[in-house]
Design a protein around this ligand. Structure first.
Ligand SMILES: Cc1cc2nc3c(=O)[nH]c(=O)nc-3n(C[C@H](O)[C@H](O)[C@H](O)COP(=O)(O)OP(=O)(O)OC[C@H]3O[C@@H](n4cnc5c(N)ncnc54)[C@H](O)[C@@H]3O)c2cc1C
Length: 362
C-alpha cells in the first residue's frame, strides 16, 4: 500500500511527484505513455509568462506569480534548461494602447518589472515588428523552458529519491474501499490511501471512475507552425499581441533548441480526437502573425503541431479534494499558465493539501 498514487505524468503530476519524494511518504505515479510530458505538456508555447496576464484573485494569477521568481533555481535543481529571453506585448492599433497601460499598472501592483516602449524604440530594437505597430510593453522576466524535459527530469530525480514511476500503465478502473483506493491498470492493481487525478485531457474520465462529475471539461485547440534555427536572425525575444478574451493570441516564440514557434490559434473542439493540424488553422496563424510582424521567413517552416487546452467552466485551475470522494484530489483544468505555475502548484499542493490530508488519516 502506497500513501499516494498520482495519475498522469504531465508537468503537474511529475512536479507534484518530485515534491512528494522529498517528504517521508510513499508515492507512485502511473502514466499511460512510455515517458512523461508527452501530452498537453509537450504541445504548447513553453513560456514562463511574467504573471501579469491572469485576472486578480484567480489561482492562475496566484501560482504564476509565485512560480516566476523560483523558476530558474527550480530548473537548475532539475538540471533542465531555462532561458530568460524577455518578451514584448505589441499594440497594433491606438485603441490597444489602453490595454498596454492596464497591463503596465497590473505589473506594477504585482511587482513585475515592465517598461512601456514607444513605437520607434520598439521598432529600433526589433526591426521585424510591423511598421504599423503603435507601442509595446517590454517584459524582461519572461522565459522559456522545455516542459517535456522538465517533467522527465522531475520523474528521474523523484525516482532517485525513492518514488516509484510506472510507465505504459493506463488506469482503467478505481475502486474506493473502506480506507484506501484500488487503482486497476493494464499492469495490475495498485493501492493507496490518497489518489491525485492529474490526467490532463482525461480528467473527467478518471474522476468518473470514482464519482459523479464535479466539473465539465472542454477542449480548446491551438495550432502552430515551426521555423528552423535558420530564422535565428529575426529576434531572440517573444512577441505577444495584446491579449483578448480568447487568450494570449498568436505569438512568435523562440524555443530552447533554437527554433521558432508561431501560434497558437484558439478553436473550441468537441473531442480529444480533434487534436489535429488543419490547413485553415495554419492559414489563420500566418495571417494573424503578419498583423504584428513583417518579413517573416516562412521558407524555413519545418513542422506543424497542435495542442488542446483542458478548460473548465470557472476558467481557472481546479486544485482541490473532490467534493464527493474524500482523499481523492483533482488537479485539473490546467490550461495556460500551467507550465508557468507548476513548481508553485506542486509545492503548495503537497504542503497545504496532500500531507495534511495524509496526517489526518493517522
Ligand atoms: C496551445 C497551448 C499553449 C500553451 N502555452 C503555454 C505556455 O506558453 N505557458 C504555460 O504556462 N502554459 C501553457 N499551456 C498550458 C500547459 O501546457 C498546461 O497547463 C500543462 O501542460 C498541463 O499539464 P498537465 O500535467 O495538467 O496535463 P498533461 O501534460 O496532459 O498530463 C496528463 C498526463 O496524464 C496521463 N493520463 C491520462 N489518462 C491516463 C490514464 N487513464 N492512466 C494513466 N495516465 C493517464 C496523460 O498521458 C498525460 O501524460 C499551453 C497549452 C496549450 C494547449
Amino acid at each position: 500500500m502506497q500513501d499516494i498514487i498520482i495519475i498522469g505524468a504531465g508537468i503537474i503530476g511529475s512536479t507534484v511527484f518530485y515534491e512528494l519524494t522529498k517528504q517521508p511518504v510513499s508515492v507512485t505515479i502511473l502514466e499511460k505513455n512510455l515517458d512523461a510530458g508527452l501530452e498537453v505538456t509537450g504541445h504548447n508555447s513553453a513560456i514562463i509568462h511574467s504573471g501579469i496576464d491572469p485576472t486578480d484573485g484567480t489561482l492562475k494569477a496566484k501560482y504564476n506569480i509565485l512560480a516566476v521568481p523560483i523558476y530558474e533555481a527550480y530548473c537548475k535543481e532539475l538540471e533542465t534548461p531555462y532561458k530568460r529571453i524577455g518578451a514584448y506585448v505589441v499594440a497594433k492599433h491606438p485603441d490597444e494602447l489602453d490595454h498596454l497601460y492596464e497591463l503596465q499598472s497590473r505589473a506594477l501592483k504585482r511587482n513585475v518589472p515592465v517598461e512601456l516602449l514607444t513605437r520607434d524604440v520598439a521598432l529600433q530594437n526589433e526591426p521585424y515588428l510591423s511598421d504599423s505597430i503603435v507601442g509595446a510593453l517590454d517584459m524582461p522576466t519572461t522565459a522559456i523552458i522545455q516542459p517535456t524535459h522538465l517533467s522527465q527530469q522531475a520523474i528521474k530525480k523523484g525516482v532517485k529519491n525513492g518514488g516509484v514511476a510506472k510507465f505504459d500503465t493506463k488506469v482503467l478502473k478505481i475502486i474506493k474501499a473502506n480506507n484506501h483506493f484500488e487503482v486497476h491498470t493494464n499492469k495490475g492493481v495498485f493501492e493507496s490511501r490518497l489518489v491525485v487525478n492529474a490526467s490532463g485531457l482525461y480528467a473527467s474520465e478518471i474522476e468518473q471512475m470514482v464519482s459523479k462529475p464535479s466539473f465539465n471539461l472542454h477542449y480548446r485547440r491551438g495550432e502552430y507552425l515551426v521555423l528552423s534555427d535558420q530564422a535565428s536572425y529575426v529576434t531572440s525575444r517573444i512577441f505577444y499581441p495584446v491579449p483578448s478574451p480568447l487568450g494570449k493570441g498568436v505569438l512568435f516564440v523562440p524555443t530552447i533548441d533554437g527554433k521558432f514557434l508561431i501560434g497558437p490559434n484558439a478553436l473550441d473542439v468537441k473531442t480529444i480526437e480533434d487534436n489535429i493540424v488543419t490547413e485553415a488553422g495554419i492559414h489563420e496563424v500566418k495571417d494573424k502573425i503578419l498583423k504584428m510582424m513583417k518579413n517573416i521567413p516562412f521558407q524555413y517552416e519545418i513542422n506543424t503541431f497542435s495542442g488542446l487546452r483542458p478548460r473548465v467552466d470557472s476558467d481557472d485551475f481546479i486544485l482541490s479534494e473532490s467534493p464527493y470522494v474524500k482523499h481523492f484530489f483533482n488537479f485539473v483544468g490546467i490550461e495556460s499558465p500551467g507550465i508557468s505555475s507548476a513548481p508553485a502548484i506542486a509545492y503548495d499542493m503537497v504542503h497545504s493539501l496532500l500531507i495534511p490530508s495524509l496526517n489526518s488519516l493517522e
